[in-house]
Design a protein. Structure first.
Length: 149
């Protein structure tokens, strides 16, 4: 069954507060239930508390970086199956990040419409109750809410 956009929960973890806040604004306008965290440790706790459908995780952060946070998410029974997407401005090999456990990689900067589409696509790769989520079903309701201009 395809969820309504407002039922889709996204956690954004990024140490750049401006980036995190802008992404949260974009996602909320698109109809997602979005919450943010500004560091890896807080983000891990938020993942446990909010049980998001998808985690958008910055790779390069001070103290606890994205790879360490991903490791904690994958080791914890309550968070190990979450869809986790690397969100980075670094010129890294996407296959390398996927081999480390990320489900997908989104490079910064990105247009609002493209961000929404990539998140919907990442969610479509996982199955829920035996029915695959289709990105077009998620996007149809979201496009009306995102200001693409």
């Amino acid at each position: 069954m395809v969820p309504t956009p407002s039922a889709v929960r996204v956690l954004v973890i990024d140490d750049d507060r401006a980036v995190c806040d802008v992404v949260l604004h974009i996602l909320r306008r698109a109809g997602f239930h979005a919450v943010g965290a500004y560091d890896g440790s807080t983000g891990f706790e938020a993942a446990r508390q909010h049980a998001p459908d998808l985690v958008l995780l910055d790779v390069k952060m001070p103290e606890v970086d994205g790879l360490q946070t991903l490791g904690r998410l994958r080791e914890n029974p309550s968070t190990k199956e979450m869809v986790v997407v690397a969100f980075t401005g670094l010129e890294l090999d996407g296959d390398s990040l996927r081999s480390r456990g990320f489900d997908d990689v989104i490079l910064k900067p990105i247009l609002a419409a493209d961000l929404v589409e990539r998140i919907a696509r990442a969610l479509s790769t996982r199955e829920e109750d035996g029915d695959q989520k289709h990105p077009s079903d998620l996007l149809s309701a979201m496009w009306r809410r995102v200001n693409i201009a």
